[in-house]
Design a protein around this ligand. Structure first.
Ligand code: ATP
Ligand code: MG
Length: 403
């Protein structure tokens, strides 16, 4: 089997060969090509040590010299080249205390997590598959390289990676690998929250987000972050045994998928969980608004829609409609139609689009502060109810009558 590689990867591998060392594309890219998927990145593994790689290539970046990784720049893109290595003893359940370089490819493949991620390829040698990765690819199985218990004990992040790949590829998890994941569930607490979050986000964004249930099945939920186990308990109580089956129909967008997962939690509970997982503030805010909007009733009625729109971004409103549609709310179609009309008519849904400004009111002698804020709030509410009122004279008249 000849695998088509990007020109830059071919060029890098050829140059390393020309200097008398071995080099292969390795890991996820080999797996993805065999599966007919587009690889996210191309990693290269080599028998050459970092100093040797730096002598071969003019433009390099020292990405992680102590782990043997040098980035080679070619056509404005970076390619990570890592020396074959043997990971030393893992002391903290996450990082090897030391790494040792080796000239033996098999040793390097042995340290990798799953059989499907432990294959290497070069045009000269073809596919190097020492751990039956191809068999597992065709059998659609996630299986640890070596003894699963040992491999998860070394690095507990691998447990979540197993679940994540199972969701991305729709593969099952091999029995011993699954058993070890369940037995070592508590070691997930040793993994940094950012890394846990990245894996869970990838899982939720995958083609099989419903496999988030595996986190609960394996007994991992309580070790993810405070309040996480409650998400499953409540979702099952509200929506039965398979509460996340509808998530795949949501847009593949981080905040919407997280909001779908957290939809039965209150906004405050969602924020606590996502902060615990170190999600970025923008995503947290979207989820807070979406979980809030999801649990508020919304009639297919223009005033209500405008009022809701006034409190959020169009993207957040769109997210809420997706969540409501997923939950079987039959009025979403009609709400969308009315929303289109609101946009087409240019109805005011933002304070800044109000025909009267704070400056106008100051010019009329109103004092800055609470009185002014209340007056603007009153006018905005009038316009939300009757968009045609959004004209300066009409609004000032309203204000006069109110006084
Ligand atoms: P993707 O890039 O699609 O997330 P990937 O398999 O390429 O998937 P990376 O995190 O990019 O994953 O890692 C590249 C390769 O490094 C993997 O294919 C695997 O061989 C190895 N690897 C990554 N993380 C680990 C780990 N925690 N333990 C052992 N090997 C790992
Ligand atoms: Mg990768």
């Amino acid at each position: 089997m000849r695998i088509a590689m990007p020109d830059e990867v071919e060029w890098i591998i050829e140059r390393i060969h020309a200097h008398g060392f071995e080099a292969f594309a390795v890991g996820g890219c080999v797996r993805d090509i065999i599966l007919g998927r587009e690889p996210e990145d191309w990693d290269i593994t080599t028998s050459a040590e970092p100093a040797e790689i730096k002598r071969i290539f003019a433009k390099t970046i020292d990405t992680g010299l102590q782990h043997g990784t040098v980035t080679i720049l070619k056509n404005h893109k970076g390619y990570e080249v890592t020396t074959y290595r043997i990971d030393g003893e893992y002391r903290d359940g996450r990082h090897p205390a030391s790494v040792e370089f080796t000239r033996n490819l098999t040793e390097d493949l042995k340290r990798r997590d799953f059989t499907i991620n432990a294959m290497a390829y070069s045009h000269e040698t073809g596919i190097v598959d020492r751990f039956c990765g191809i068999t597992d690819l065709y059998g659609r199985i996630i299986r640890c390289v070596g003894l699963a218990h040992d491999r998860f004990q070394e690095d507990a992040l691998r447990i979540l990676r197993a679940l994540r790949f199972s969701a991305q590829l729709d593969f099952s998890i091999e029995e011993a690998t699954w058993q070890a994941a369940c037995e070592l569930a508590d070691s997930l607490s040793k993994v940094s929250k950012e890394r846990v979050q990245t894996e869970l986000t990838k899982l939720l964004l995958s083609a099989h987000p419903e496999k988030i249930m595996l986190v609960e099945k394996a007994g991992l939920a309580e070790f993810v972050t405070g309040g996480f186990a409650e998400v499953f308990a409540r979702a099952k109580e509200r929506a039965g045994e398979a509460p996340f089956c509808g998530l795949y129909g949501l847009p593949q967008e981080k905040s919407v998928r997280w909001a779908g997962f957290l939809r039965y939690m209150t906004p405050a509970e969602s924020v606590k969980i996502l902060k615990g997982l170190k999600l970025d503030n923008e995503t947290i805010d979207h989820v807070r608004v979406m979980t809030g909007g999801f649990c508020s009733p919304l009639a297919p009625e223009k005033t209500e829609i405008r009022r809701m729109l006034s409190r959020m971004t169009p993207g957040q409103f769109e997210g809420i409609l997706h969540l409501k549609a997923m939950e079987g709310d039959g009025s979403v179609h009609c709400i969308r139609k009315l929303w289109k009309e609101i946009v087409a008519d240019g109805d005011c849904v933002r304070m800044k689009d109000l025909a009267v400004s704070g400056d106008d009111l100051l010019a009329l002698g109103m004092k800055p502060g609470r009185e002014l804020g209340e007056a603007l709030g009153f006018l905005f509410e009038q316009v939300i109810e009757k968009p045609k009122l959004n004209q300066k004279e009409l609004l000032l008249e309203k204000l006069g009558k109110r006084r």
